[in-house]
Design a protein around this ligand. Structure first.
Ligand code: S3P
Length: 461
């Protein structure tokens, strides 16, 4: 069995991509494995007893950061001859304290979920990340972990805001808690669940709406007892029995609906396009964009629906469509939280206005995605307005484009504007596009094979 060589992907801040108008997209587009499920398969596989074979793992920079961190916590991870990832789990109490700081790069999911896993074990680890991750709020994670008895020590410079680096020393054992989450966030929920695996008793978490539930699904897949309940007021409650054991079981990672989103919108807004996206995760907490685009008039059909590895998947067929603006229900935001940047591109190409309320969480992603999208769209000739938690885009009829935009270390911002370039009168250039490897390493090649015109360049110093 080959040792997995998971070097950190080198980012080249000088690399650019220029996207020009195209006549159409066609064929089959195979997007990579789901990022959320990939992170969880490494962390929970590492906490299981026995060997977990993971097929279809996303080999993106974020997941590779998690992989290295899980290894540093004492888990052996290799790759077999068929390219499956083999995780030899050490059990829920088997992590070791890593010698060096765990550098999670740009991986928000990786760092937050691992904080929970470490907080429930008798180990200590320092968590660091890149410039963008070091400006994202971590107190939303460390507050409940602190209530569970973990020791949390931020470096003085970031202590007030709850910014990395932070040292977490696990509770021995963690306390079971009742926790009312202030926002619907799968990352907060998962961190508490992972810490609670070693608690003596029941941990009960309530979230304002159901956020993506891959952790719950995978914990059950590994044999953990977990109850779920939708409350009459729309909140979602999870009860986890502590002192749980995870029993290794193979995982098939479906293709990522958040990556498919770029190909879907590109197909809808360009003329004479018709593509198929096979094997996409159709977990209901991830399909908000598909429903929204269909409501906007998008010709999107789902065929061949099936269950693979415990997750719903299907093939998506998309055709060029004339979209119209709509008001997107705020309650849908948790099921499409990563898709608002590309939805705002679809909105820019639609007739009329698209109103997106309840999107405040976008301001604490890899960048403030509301203002970065608003600025970029305006630079391309689109009318946009924003409030702290809403965004409003008026369809432009014609996209002037011609802008050179910074990705701001945000993969989804970079891919969104490259899609907009496919219909713009003048090409759109994205700077610092190495960040795309976070979630969709081969984006440019895959899109170009389907008919896009994404041309690589180098920034002139
Ligand atoms: C993720 C949850 C979401 C999402 C992120 C991945 C996950 O974040 O934005 O890209 O895998 O749990 P929040 O849970 O903070 O909304």
């Amino acid at each position: 069995m080959a040792k997995l060589n998971s070097h950190k992907i080198m980012t080249d801040p000088m690399k650019t991509l220029t996207s020009s108008a195209i006549s159409g997209l066609s064929g089959e587009i195979k997007v990579p494995g789901d990022k959320s499920i990939s992170h969880r398969s490494l962390i929970l596989g590492g906490m299981a007893i026995g060997r977990t074979k993971v097929s279809g793992l996303l080999a993106g920079a974020d997941v590779l950061s998690t992989l290295e961190a899980v290894r540093a916590l004492g888990v052996d991870i290799t790759r077999d001859d068929a390219d499956n990832i083999i995780v030899d789990g050490v059990g829920t109490g088997g992590f070791i304290s890593p010698q060096d700081a765990l550098d999670l790069g740009n991986a928000g999911t990786g760092v937050r979920l691992l904080m929970g896993a470490v907080a429930g074990q008798p180990v200590s680890a320092i968590f660091t990340g890149d410039a963008s991750l070091s400006k994202r709020p971590m107190k939303r994670i460390t507050d409940p972990l602190c209530q569970m008895g973990a020791q949390i020590a931020y470096d003085p410079a970031g202590a007030e805001k709850g910014f990395l680096p932070v040292t977490i020393t696990g509770a021995q054992p963690p306390l079971p808690i009742r926790y009312e989450m202030p926002v619907a966030s799968a990352q907060i929920k998962s961190a508490i669940l992972f810490a609670a695996l070693n608690a003596r008793g029941q941990t009960i978490i309530t979230e304002p709406h159901l956020s993506r539930d891959h952790s719950e699904a995978m914990l059950r897949h590994f044999g953990v007892t977990l109850e779920r309940e939708m409350l009459a007021d729309g909140r979602h409650r999870i009860t986890l029995e502590g002192e749980a054991e995870l029993h290794a079981k193979d995982i098939i990672v479906p293709r990522d609906p958040s990556s498919a989103a770029f190909a879907m919108v590109a197909t809808l807004i360009t003329k004479d396009s018709h593509i198929t996206l096979p094997g996409i995760s159709l977990n209901p907490q991830r399909t908000g964009l598909i429903i929204t685009l269909q409501e906007m008039g998008g010709n999107i059909e789902i065929v061949n629906e099936r269950i693979e590895g415990g997750e719903a998947v299907g093939d998506i067929i998309v055709q060029s469509s004339q979209l119209k603006g709509i008001a997107v229900p705020a309650t849908r935001s948790a099921s499409m939280i990563d898709e608002y940047p590309i939805l705002s591109v679809a909105a820019a190409c639609a007739e009329g206005e698209t109103y997106m309320p309840g999107v405040a969480e976008l301001r604490v992603k890899e960048t403030d995605r509301i203002s970065v999208m608003a600025e970029g769209l305006k630079a391309c000739g689109v009318e946009v307005s924003e409030t702290p938690d809403t965004m409003r885009v008026t369809g432009a009829g014609m996209i002037s484009g011609g802008a050179r935009l910074a990705s701001q270390h945000d993969h989804r911002i970079a891919m969104s504007f490259l899609v907009l370039g496919m219909v713009a009168q003048n090409p759109i250039t994205m700077l610092d596009v190495a960040t795309i490897s976070t979630s969709f390493p081969d984006f440019a090649n895959i899109m170009n094979k389907a008919g896009a015109q994404l041309e690589e360049g180098i920034t002139q110093a």
